[in-house]
Design a protein around this ligand. Sequence first.
Ligand SMILES: Cc1cc2nc3c(=O)[nH]c(=O)nc-3n(C[C@H](O)[C@H](O)[C@H](O)COP(=O)(O)O)c2cc1C
Length: 334
Amino acid sequence: MPKIGDIELPDFPLLLAPMEDVSDPPFRALCKEQGADVVFTEFISSEGLIRDAAKSVMKLDIYEKERPVGIQIFGANLDSMLQSVEIVEKSNPDIIDINFGCPVKKVVSKGAGAGILKDIDLMVSLTDAMVKHTKLPITVKTRLGWDEDSIKIVEVAERLQDVGCKAISIHGRTRAQMYKGYAKWEPIAEVKNNPRMHIPVFGNGDVDSPEAAVRMRDEYGLDGAMIGRASIGYPWFFREVKHYFKTGEHLAPPTIQERVEAARRHLQMSIDWKGEKLGVFETRRHYTNYFKGIPNFKEYRMKMVTSDDAVDVFDAFDEVLEKFGNYQFELQAP
Ligand SMILES: Cc1cc2nc3c(=O)[nH]c(=O)nc-3n(C[C@H](O)[C@H](O)[C@H](O)COP(=O)(O)O)c2cc1C
């Protein structure tokens, strides 16, 4: 069974990927209830944390019920990263994850996120310093390399392990690919097959069906799957994968009652956590998937995603339940 430091995980754990504006405490809690074994916060700027920027600090909140939880930070400056480790520790997470994979220009141009893939020595020395600066397990999330011509992930993973990184999650794309094309799992399997590797190697990218998760486990031999987009508005993805692992059969999709209940709880937890305005706004992106497949749904969806008033959104959920209460969802990949 894979372990992250002292944290024992089940066989082939499913990890909720860090996702900006998505993997906040309410969403993480819902995914945890549906079977996610480890959850991660969205990336948090080390510079923002040390400036005490309210937006960054708020992202450190965690609920007890979601453990084990990793807080993900990014940055390229050693002092800022070390200071932010101290700030993050106060939130008492189970893991601190370093983002060495974010491809967006504003992060990369500062040498952070995937930008560091151009300077592997710095990536290793930052990890080394952070490992030495905390008792919490440090993990890394990264991509295959900067571009197709500079994929050295086997060597990079080994060097990270040697300085004390406790697990590595690898998105099977390069920075140059952004989100285009397919994630390649072969190079991730090469990392896993390196006889010197003993820390867990988690695969990430395009795990969008229970069958894909089985392939990652059985054909590529990885230690677990990190799941991002397939879970957005569909926290049931985790339980569906686990059911498929156990039985080889697909679990029936969630009923409309379950979907409405999840949407309601998600919105209520978001409002409790960040207030009505932000709670209503930031939960919107999940509704399309919560109710995907319902015919002629536009009228209700519009109400959910355009109203600034929580009461209207809760009303829309009630109307959906009343109108589509008996709707039978087709078995489909989310
Ligand atoms: C909306 C969104 C936000 C993301 N934010 C982060 C982030 O904060 N940190 C990170 O390491 N990766 C981030 N990612 C990348 C995902 O963690 C993941 O690596 C990627 O989506 C590939 O996995 P998937 O195919 O399962 O979605 C984000 C992806 C999406 C779609």
